[in-house]
Design a protein around this ligand. Structure first.
Ligand code: PRT
Ligand code: ZN
Length: 283
């Protein structure tokens, strides 16, 4: 049995549970419970506050966990990271009042900066040779300048709307973050084997998220040109159509470049193009 710690309620919760479910792991989810056990995979889920997850994993209370890299690095536990999961993307940024002039980081020399991430901020200031006073506060960092507590803030930003609605502007990006899978560093052989199984499933889900299955029809004399445009897992599948002189081609394309490929495919004579999602993809 492997124990995974995920955030009880917050910005990581929904995507963490979704990933576990997409791995085919079933469980009865109840936000009232502290833990739950899967009915079809040797996994127990612990619901915790995100800040507690690295510590619990390091101590072995949980074997693995999902947490933001910002929290992991701030707590000095980056050695627990197994891999990035691609969701809950955000950045830790410095921001100053909109009306302030700002040219570069040296403008913050000797200033007061409020943050909940003193270690990440200190490391960034040290790296850039700037000295400032860091005020550590645990919440509502964005109001610090307007109440006269600080000249600048260093906080998590995703859309940027919190900064705007508090009359602030983002001036430097300190750290880029996303959700990361972490693991205790001395897992038993049995637990390691379960983790490997879970990682195998996570990779299949992640590959499928980026990939699309594409089907199209093309005149036989255009097939060679079209094949060159389709990267495919190995090479595209080509099936003859009932209509003489035509074929159907099937392949896999990456979501990031499929719009560009689709334009080229149409130009090359492809017709009836279908793009469908892939649920799992095993290499
Ligand atoms: O209760 P618990 O301690 O478990 O949760 P929490 O309140 O400490 O964390 P939570 O749920 O807010 O965030 C969990 C993790 O989500 C963070 O550690 C980040 O890794 C990640 N994440 C992604 C974010 C955001 N996006 C985000 N936008 N964490 C916080 N924010 C906040 C930010 O602090 C600011 O107040 O959202 C505001 C900015 O958002 P925008 O969209 O207006 O820029
Ligand atoms: Zn927290």
């Amino acid at each position: 049995m492997l124990r995974i710690a995920i955030q009880k309620s917050g910005r990581l919760s929904e995507e963490s549970l979704k990933l576990i479910k997409e791995c085919g792991i079933s469980f009865i989810n109840s936000s009232l419970k502290l833990k739950t056990e899967s009915t079809n995979f040797p996994l127990e889920i612990l619901y915790l506050r995100d800040d507690d997850i690295p510590g619990y994993v390091a101590d072995g209370v949980a074997d693995i966990g999902i947490v933001g890299e910002n929290v992991l690095v701030e707590e000095g536990m980056q050695q627990l990271a197994v891999e990035q999961l691609g969701f809950s993307k955000c950045r830790l940024s410095l921001a100053v009042p909109k009306a302030d002039s700002y040219t570069n980081l040296s403008d913050l020399e000797g200033k007061n900066i409020a943050t909940s991430y003193p270690k990440l901020l200190q490391a960034y200031l040290d790296e850039n040779g700037v000295q400032a006073h860091i005020h550590t506060i645990s919440g509502s960092v964005e109001i610090a300048p307007s109440i006269g507590l600080a000249d600048a803030i260093c906080d998590i930003v995703s859309s940027g709307s919190t900064l705007i609605s508090n009359g602030l502007k983002e001036v430097e990006r300190v750290f880029k973050s996303q959700a990361v899978l972490i693991a205790n560093q001395s897992l038993s052989e049995e637990k390691h084997a379960i983790l490997d199984k879970l990682l195998f499933r996570i990779h299949a889900v992640q590959r499928a998220q980026r990939a699309k299955y594409i089907l199209l029809n093309a005149p036989n004399d255009k097939v060679d040109t079209i094949i060159k445009l389709l990267p495919g897992i190995k090479s595209p599948t080509i099936l003859p159509l009932a209509e003489e002189g035509w074929s159907s081609l099937h392949s896999v394309v990456n979501e990031d470049d499929f719009w560009e490929i689709i334009e080229k495919l149409k130009d090359a004579g492809a017709e009836g193009i279908l793009v469908v999602p892939i649920e799992k993809m095993i290499k």
